[in-house]
Write a protein that binds this ligand. Structure first.
Ligand code: ARG
Length: 581
């Protein structure tokens, strides 16, 4: 068990022994490190409950705590803040244990099955920066959820049908009217390939989209094609399947570059087999009413502060839409995987839509009441003008373009490194680029918009991915150069060392906070704080040339410990550490 939980457990026993009732026991980092490593601030509230003096309560707690030999120098500050430190002997034992398996230093929860829906790229459209954050945040939240003891599953939930399908098919028909897909009388097999690349799609969709915007009759035609595809008109279904394949192959590459790993590569169309049953369930529960020719589900509740409009489930022309496929996807997931919770990591602006979807699901008994839904709305990456980040020419910034720009910037860190082959230089600068992007993306709270700043994100100083990687690589190389593998902790020689140890012990508190708040900023901030302390320690000592063998071993032990924390946290953030930099 991690030390924070263990200490909270001891506090619980102590409170029980002294006849205090308290279920919520929270240990925090001491605000006055000179008085202790951690603090318990519950004495004031306990005293208020029973109507006594807080200091007296604190004294009672302290005298019981003193019976445990893992603590030293327990003291009371102010009205009743209890400061707690651990003995060196105990720390030595505990730190040795966690340095073998750092996940021991994490607060664990009883396992639940949590299903993650993130990424959400749209087929036949280029991935834009909006798809970056949901991928980065989703991947990290999934890994974090697993780390604290849950079973996790993920699906990219591709937007693989909709208006864009109609657009692309329309434009292909304009350019290739001779294709058999457009011959109504064609009876043969449909081809299994088309001479179209992903780059072509990057041209075709925007072209069709602007044409349709300018000309109502084209838009009408696009709608008609989309509806026919939804109804299953075979030539279009076959053609769209080929387009889907071309586009998904490319989407996979982009997500791979970001270390986003999905168990399922399903899309909205994979829900088609569940649509009929979904509609049956909704109808049976009396949740579908007609409204201006469409079928909608009324979801408002008396306690709503703002008006929540009904969810449109079937369009006036009888076809399905995003929400229909959403509901059918929920049914499919519930039936196939029995999740305890489904978490959606999607753009902030879809918050109301998901509220409608969740309400519809419960109201119609599409899912059990104990299946939990959670919407994690993410903010956007903006340009300095406060609007979604664009290219220099003012167009939509494609994710791949952004990645190449950052790689260009980070290549400067390895360009003149003669010790590296060209291949290694590329590998390292790619890793640093992904770290720069991810760290910057995960640093602000998830719901906040933030401003893209290439130079700042790629800097080797401050709260940046390159700074963290540089520190981790420094630790790694220090350990390798030392030639020693069995370091031991003998003593604590300086305040900086003590601060580092306290910071390592703090890890479960920060991880727990991030997990409960569903945001990564606590972790990104934490690793920066830890690495800054490490770099201070590194500047203060000549580790490799130290003559005192015990000191040297202790310092390497600390280096290894901090490296292990870095590795664990960077794994959660899905950031790779290069061999050298
Ligand atoms: N494809 C959607 C978009 O680009 C995101 C999908 C999010 N997930 C979901 N289950 N609706 O906006």
């Amino acid at each position: 068990m991690n030390l924070i939980s263990k200490t909270e457990q001891i506090l619980k026993e102590v409170l029980q022994k002294n006849n205090f009732e308290e279920d919520n026991i929270v240990l925090s980092v001491s605000s006055k490190p000179e008085l202790g490593q951690f603090q318990y601030n519950g004495a004031m509230a306990l005293a208020k409950k029973v109507g006594t003096n807080p200091r007296a309560v604190a004294e009672q707690i302290v005298s019981s705590l003193n019976e445990y030999d893992i603590f030293e120098n327990i003291n009371i500050a102010g009205p009743g803040f209890i400061n707690i430190s651990y003995t060196k002997e105990f720390l030595k034992e505990y730190l040795t244990e966690i340095s073998k398996d750092m996940s021991e230093n994490v607060k664990k929860y009883p396992s639940k099955k949590v299903f993650f829906d993130y990424g959400g790229a749209n087929v036949a459209k280029d991935l834009h920066v909006g798809h970056l954050r949901t991928a980065n945040i989703g991947e990290a939240l999934k890994r974090l959820t697993k780390l604290v003891g849950n079973e996790v599953m993920s699906d990219v939930h591709l937007g693989d049908i909709g208006r864009q399908s109609g657009m692309v098919i329309y434009q292909l028909r304009e350019e290739h009217p001779d294709w058999v897909f457009f011959d109504e009388n064609y009876k043969g097999e449909y081809p299994s390939e088309i001479p179209i690349t992903n780059d072509d799609l990057g041209r075709i969709y925007p072209l069709a989209s602007s044409k349709a915007k300018e000309d109502d009759s084209i838009m009408e035609e696009v709608r008609r094609i989309t509806a026919e595809l939804d109804r299953g008109y075979e030539p279009y279904v076959k053609l769209w399947e080929l387009i889907r394949k071309i586009s998904i192959a490319n989407i996979k590459l982009t997500y791979e570059a970001l270390n986003a790993e999905f168990d399922l590569w399903e899309g909205e169309t994979d829900s088609y087999p569940y649509i009929e049953e979904t509609l049956e369930i909704l109808k049976k529960a009396g949740c579908l009413v007609e409204s201006e020719g469409a079928l909608v589900c009324d979801v408002k509740e008396d306690t709503d502060k703002a008006e929540i409009p009904p969810l449109v489930v079937i369009k006036t022309d009888g076809t399905t839409l995003y929400a229909t496929r959403e509901l059918a996807t929920i049914l499919s997931r519930a039936k196939r995987f029995y999740p305890d919770e489904i978490i959606y990591i999607v753009d902030n602006r879809q918050g109301m839509y998901f509220e409608q979807v969740f309400r519809t699901s419960y109201k119609s008994n599409l899912v059990r009441d104990d299946l939990k839904f959670k919407f994690v709305g993410v903010g956007t990456m903006n340009g300095t003008d406060g609007k979604p980040f664009k290219t220099r020419a003012g167009g939509v910034m494609k994710l791949n373009t952004l990645l190449s720009e950052i790689k260009e910037e980070t290549s400067k860190y390895v360009k003149d490194n003669e010790a590296m082959s060209a291949a290694e230089q590329k590998d390292v600068s790619d890793k640093v680029a992904v770290a720069a992007l991810k760290y910057a993306d995960l640093l602000p709270n998830v719901e906040k918009d933030y401003i893209f700043d290439l130079a700042k994100f790629c800097s080797l100083e401050g709260k940046t991915g390159p700074y963290i990687l540089y520190s981790a690589v420094r630790m790694k190389s220090l350990l390798a150069k030392s030639g020693i593998t069995n370091y031991e902790m003998h003593d604590i020689y300086s305040q900086t060392e003590k601060d580092i140890i306290t910071k390592v012990l703090e890890m479960p508190i920060r991880i727990d906070k991030a997990y409960r708040n569903k945001t990564l900023s606590d972790i990104t901030e934490y690793i920066y704080e830890l690495d800054s302390l490490f770099n201070k320690f590194y500047a203060e000592n000549r580790i490799l040339t130290e003559q005192d063998e015990e000191k040297k071993q202790t310092w390497l032990f600390i280096t290894n410990l901090v490296y292990k924390v870095n590795k664990l946290i960077l794994d959660v953030l899905a950031i790779d550490i290069p061999e050298r930099m």
